[in-house]
Write a protein that binds this ligand. Sequence first.
Ligand SMILES: Nc1ncnc2c1ncn2[C@@H]1O[C@H](COP(=O)(O)OP(=O)(O)O)[C@@H](O)[C@H]1O
Ligand SMILES: [Mg+2]
Length: 244
Amino acid sequence: MKLEINNISKSYGSVNVLENINILSDKKECIGIIGPNGAGKSTLFKIISGILKQDNGLVEFNNKNINNYSVEKRSRLGISQSFQKNSLFLEMTVKESLMLASSHRYKISFNLFKPLIANNLIIKNAIKIAKDIGLEDYLEVKSEFLAYGLQRQLELGIAIACSPKLLLLDEPTAGMSPAETKDIIKLIKKLSKDYSIIIVEHDMEVIYNLANNIYVLDRGKLVFEGSPSAVKKSKLVQKIYLGI
Ligand SMILES: Nc1ncnc2c1ncn2[C@@H]1O[C@H](COP(=O)(O)OP(=O)(O)O)[C@@H](O)[C@H]1O
Ligand SMILES: [Mg+2]
């Protein structure tokens, strides 16, 4: 997996939301992108996933220019994402949700009203993913009846069901209780053994726990890059976060 973000800029009207952002990752790792609210984190996330187009600069994935690739085309290349907001089909069970997500992997069409019960490949993958995300006891439960933390775990499952090469996470702990946060951190840590991950997060403690390399954004500019311990020590980062 190689991701190269080259000189990315984005503005809304006269406001520069991102200015000349550069990120390089060419190994399996967990990259953290942190910064105060409004720093531009979600905008950068959307540019990497293809939801938004940058004004200037280049996004390359495995040495291929993907500037003009849609979200779907990027996902077929192996870039998968889980959003800040809840995006589940609430009427579907955990198993159905994971089957639908798995069907993309096997390029088999899946219809809720005509379930492919006979399709072992999809069911097997759905059950494996449910185990990976700790939801094997909830397979027949509709998403709407899952606790919030478990819904977010299911979203992670949906994101990995297609075996991505790169997993993008935008504030995976948003809105969670301390106990739910602890669980999802544990889960992401486990997933980071198998997947390259870019995680965008407001909460520094979450990132210190997960990332091996951290990029700090402030008002659209990349102001610091380094290991968790280097970021922790940085006076500049403290100043940005504490406003001192
Ligand atoms: N669609 C939009 N139109 C205008 N301004 C926007 C839009 N989306 C984001 N912004 C602005 O861009 C800045 C960065 O937003 P965002 O990327 O969401 O920051 P973060 O995720 O770090 O909190 C903010 O000042 C926000 O108000
Ligand atoms: Mg955001």
